[in-house]
Design a protein around this ligand. Structure first.
Ligand code: OOG
Ligand code: NI
Length: 446
């Protein structure tokens, strides 16, 4: 009998190993994790309703293991190999994010688990960006960057071999799975030695700091890991007391009764010493820390309203003012679960209560009546994805340069998918399917 390690178990092992590695490499990340844990505990103590809610919908157990990371790669081969590597951990490319509009010469997807059970076990996600070399306008430099990238292999030979083995035999036994995680980790490790000479680094850095970050190193170092907090405003406020300097603005929607989508903030990237191939010394800023607070996933209708309001609100230079302004603009977005559900602005997961189990619904019973009678319970579905405007804000705050506008950047989803070697999964379809399945489990057809 095959006795393969489950993808969930491999993903959890990998996510733990990544977290340990990053804590060692960037101690501030450890400090931030401690702070998030403290704030989460206090938030739950002060809000028993929230605690019961999270516990009933199975969100509480995943909270302490939950995090996302981000990496950037330079070639189609690298991206496609990553896809194969993450598949072993039950992580698949969901969503397409075009960041060139915001002056960042990359497009991205998020590798993440997709099934309900896998998400409950461990929702580890990796936001993965592919550098768009075609957006470098200096022809010579573009060719040079491509050459440097073509000459490197960011995967160890053993890692490549284990990926192939998994594809051939359909899984990995425990020993091989453990070795796979160790080998995979090598791809994401920090290298203080650049693979290029200082002049090349300077030239690429001048084009765009991201280009230097992707091209000048032998691996694709993890550039941040992000724990999930239940109160991002509180963590932002407390960061300085722990010696961490947060970015100015919290990205995303304002604080609300019913949190929607995703709010994020980060601390600035560290300036780290590096050595170039010619022996010269310099510094590189790439790695930072981030926190996120997740809320309910929005339907296409809800998302359109969010995008419109966010656009209306614009940006700001003071977080408190910006949050107040956002809150007033978002007054137009209903902020109670009933309205969000009735206006089909957000996704819900339905289940039967004790009462509903005792007297099960019939196929054509009206959902609202069942909910009002307390026979069906509607739990918000958590947003598992990312936001392009927020992501661009996070990128920018770590690049330092305000406006390195790039590109007549037309979104190029098909060229991204070609590089990836598969289509990206439509996140809206995943949420819609999940809601639909939950209704079916209640014995309801909608
Ligand atoms: C990724 C920035 C985006 C997020 O959470 O939206 C991001 C990067 O800097 O590589 O991490
Ligand atoms: Ni992030």
């Amino acid at each position: 009998m095959d006795n393969f390690q489950s993808a969930d178990a491999i993903r959890t092992r990998f996510s733990k190993a990544m977290s340990a590695l990053y804590q060692q490499e960037v101690p501030q990340y450890g400090t931030l994790m401690q702070l998030v844990m403290t704030v989460n505990e206090r938030t739950l103590e002060a809000n028993v309703g929230l605690k019961n809610r999270l516990s009933a919908s199975d969100e509480l157990s995943r909270l302490s293991v939950e995090r996302h990371g981000a990496i950037r790669v330079g070639t189609a081969d690298e991206l496609s190999m990553l896809r194969q590597m993450f598949a072993i951990m039950g992580m698949f490319p969901v969503g397409y994010y075009d960041l060139s509009q915001a002056g960042v010469p990359v497009h991205s997807t998020a590798f993440r688990p997709i099934s309900d059970t896998a998400l409950r076990r461990n929702p580890f996600r990796v936001f993965t960006s592919l550098l768009r070399l075609e957006l470098i306008d200096d022809e010579l430099l573009r060719r040079k960057a491509a050459e440097i990238l073509a000459a490197r292999d960011i995967f160890t030979p053993r890692c490549r071999q284990l990926i192939k083995q998994h594809q051939q035999q359909g899984g990995l036994h425990a020993d091989d799975a453990a070795m796979f995680v160790d080998e995979a980790l090598e791809t994401f490790r920090w290298h203080s030695h650049s693979s290029v000479d200082s002049a090349t680094y300077q030239a690429l850095n001048q084009q765009h700091r991201l280009i230097a970050d992707v091209v000048c190193f032998p691996g694709c170092h993890i550039n941040h890991l992000t724990p999930r907090t239940l109160d991002i405003d509180r963590v932002q406020e407390m960061m300085p007391s722990r010696g961490i300097e947060p970015k100015t603005l919290i990205e995303g929607p304002p604080r609300r009764q019913v949190p929607i989508l995703l709010r994020q903030t980060s601390f600035k990237a560290l300036e780290e010493p590096i050595t170039f191939k010619d022996g010269h010394h310099g510094t590189h800023t790439a790695r930072f820390g981030e926190i996120e607070q997740r809320g309910i996933a929005l339907t296409p209708k809800g998302r359109a309203l969010y995008d419109q309001l966010l656009n209306n609100a614009g940006s700001g230079s003071d977080n408190q003012q910006h949050q107040q302004h956002l809150a007033s603009v978002f007054g137009a977005f209903p902020d109670d679960e009933i309205t969000l559900r009735q206006q089909q602005l957000a996704w819900f997961d339905y289940r039967l209560s004790e009462k509903g189990l005792a007297s099960p619904p019939r196929q054509h019973d009206a959902l609202e009546t069942l909910i009002a009678e307390g026979r069906v319970i509607a739990d918000p579905i958590t947003y598992e994805d990312f936001l392009p405007v927020s992501a661009a804000g996070i990128f920018q705050s770590n690049l330092g340069d305000k406006s390195q506008a790039r590109s007549a950047g037309k979104a190029s989803r098909s060229s991204f998918e070609q590089a990836l070697g598969s289509e990206v999964i439509d996140e809206m379809q995943l949420y819609a399917d999940r809601q639909q399945r939950s209704l079916q489990r209640c014995g309801l057809e909608q």
